[in-house]
Design a protein around this ligand. Structure first.
Ligand code: NAD
Ligand code: ZN
Length: 358
C-alpha cells in the first residue's frame, strides 16, 4: 500500500475582514516591476467598494474574469497569452471569486511558467514547472477549490482538471464577509457541492480517518446551515466557508463519487454548471446514497429550492453516448464509489438509464 503524500496550500488566513491584509501578505512576493494580476469575478465588476480595497499598485493589473461559462482551456490560454505579451512575466496571480475564478487563477498561474497549451496539462501530474505565486480568495463557499490540488477545465476533448502538486494555491484568504451578497439559489447550489463532496467521500471505498474527520465536520456544518437554521446570518457565511475548506480537505485523501462522475457528462455536453449539475444528479441517486439523498430532499424543501427536471429529454443516442463516455472516463471517482469492480456494476445501460431520468 502506497499512501498519498499530498501537497497543501502553504498559507491560510481566516477571519471577517482579513481581505484587507492582502496588500501586506503579497508584498514580499513582488518581483521588481513584474505586476501582480488580480483576476476578479465579473459579479464584482461594478462593486466600487470592493474594488477600492484591492491593492492594485504600480504595474499591477485588474482583469475581470468572465465566468458566464465555467473555465475553458482556451480562455486560460487567452488570459495567460495576454499577460505574457503585455508583461513577459508576472509576480503572481490572485483569483477573487467563486470556484470558476479561483480555478482560472490556478490555471493561468501554471501557464505563465509552462510551455504549450492548457489542454496539454489536463490529467494527473502532467504540469512540469512550478507556477508563479498564486492566491485564492473565495467569494462563494462550497467547491473546496481553495484547498484542492486540481483546477477543473473544459478542453476540446474532455472536461478534466490539471491535477498536480503545482496546482494548490500558495496562499488562501478566507474572509466570510466576501460571501454575504451571494443570491440564495447560487449559495445553495455551491453549498450543496460541499454537502455532496462529504457524502461521496464518507460513503466511498477510499475513506480513511483523515478524510472522515474533515468530511463529518463539513457535513454537520452543512446540515446545521441548510436544515436546522431558520435564517441566514453572518455565522452561516462563516460556517459554510469552513465547511467548504473541510470538505475539500476530506477529498484530498479520498475522492468524489457517482454524482460528480455523472455531472461531468452533463457539464461537458450541455454546459450545466457544477453546483446545479451535481444537485440535478444527486436528486436521483437514492439507490447509491439513500441517507444523503433523503437529507438533500429535506434541505430542498426547507430552503424552498427547485431543481430542474427533464434536462436530457430529447437528446439523441449520440449525445447520450458522449455523456456516458465522459462519465465513465472518471475511473477514480467510480472506483471510490463502487469499488474495484465498478466496471461490472456501472454498465453503459445502467448509466444511460440514470441520464434519462435527469
Ligand atoms: P462559479 O464560480 O461558477 O460562480 C457562479 C456565479 O456566481 C457566477 O455568475 C459568479 O459571477 C457569481 N458569484 C461569485 N461570487 C459571488 C458572490 N459573492 N455573490 C453573488 N454572486 C457571486 O460558482 P462555484 O459554484 O463557486 O464554482 C463552480 C466552479 O468550481 C466550476 O467551474 C467547477 O468546475 C469548479 N470546481 C472546482 C473544484 C476544484 O477542486 N478545483 C471543485 C469543485 C468545483
Ligand atoms: Zn464538486
Amino acid at each position: 500500500m502506497k499512501f498519498r503524500n499530498f501537497k497543501m496550500v502553504d498559507y491560510v488566513v481566516y477571519g471577517r475582514g482579513c481581505f484587507d491584509q492582502v496588500d501586506e501578505i503579497i508584498a514580499p512576493h513582488r518581483k521588481g516591476d513584474a505586476p501582480m494580476v488580480f483576476l476578479l469575478d465579473h459579479f464584482f465588476e461594478n462593486n466600487n467598494e470592493l474594488k477600492a480595497r484591492i491593492p492594485v499598485r504600480a504595474n499591477d493589473i485588474l482583469v475581470i474574469a468572465d465566468v458566464d461559462h465555467e473555465p475553458k482551456t482556451s480562455y486560460v490560454d487567452e488570459v495567460s497569452q495576454m499577460l505574457k505579451d503585455k508583461f513577459g512575466t508576472v509576480s503572481g496571480v490572485i483569483g477573487i471569486g467563486g470556484g470558476s475564478t479561483m480555478d482560472l487563477a490556478k490555471a493561468v498561474s501554471i501557464m505563465m511558467t509552462n510551455p504549450g497549451k492548457a489542454q496539454d496539462y489536463q490529467g494527473w501530474d502532467l504540469v512540469k514547472n512550478k507556477s508563479v505565486y498564486k492566491v485564492g480568495i473565495p467569494t462563494l463557499s462550497g467547491t473546496g477549490a481553495e484547498v484542492s490540488r486540481t483546477t477543473v477545465l473544459t478542453g476540446p476533448t474532455r472536461k478534466l482538471g490539471m491535477n498536480s502538486d503545482f496546482t494548490p494555491f500558495d496562499q488562501i484568504v478566507l474572509d466570510p464577509a466576501l460571501t454575504k451578497d451571494a443570491p440564495k439559489n447560487q449559495r445553495f447550489y455551491t453549498g450543496m457541492d460541499c454537502f455532496i463532496h462529504c457524502v461521496e467521500s464518507l460513503k466511498g471505498t477510499f475513506i480513511n480517518e483523515f478524510s472522515r474527520s474533515y468530511g463529518e465536520k463539513a457535513q454537520d456544518l452543512c446540515e446545521e446551515i441548510f436544515l436546522h437554521k431558520d435564517n441566514w446570518d453572518e455565522e452561516s457565511d462563516e460556517q459554510l466557508m469552513m465547511a467548504s475548506y473541510a470538505g475539500g480537505m476530506s477529498i484530498a485523501y479520498s475522492q468524489v463519487g457517482v454524482a460528480h462522475a455523472i455531472s461531468y457528462g452533463l457539464g461537458y455536453l450541455l454546459g450545466t454548471k457544477h453546483g446545479i449539475g451535481n444537485c440535478i444528479v444527486f436528486n436521483h441517486l437514492q439507490d447509491y446514497y439513500p441517507e444523503g439523498v433523503a437529507t438533500f430532499h429535506k434541505m430542498l424543501k426547507k430552503n424552498d429550492i427547485y431543481i430542474p427536471e427533464g434536462i436530457t429529454k430529447g437528446l439523441t443516442d449520440e449525445q447520450f453516448d458522449i455523456m456516458i463516455n465522459v462519465s465513465l472516463g472518471m475511473a477514480p471517482l467510480w472506483e471510490n464509489a463502487l469499488g474495484k469492480d465498478w466496471q461490472t456494476i456501472m454498465t453503459r445501460e445502467k448509466l444511460r438509464a440514470i441520464y434519462e431520468k435527469l
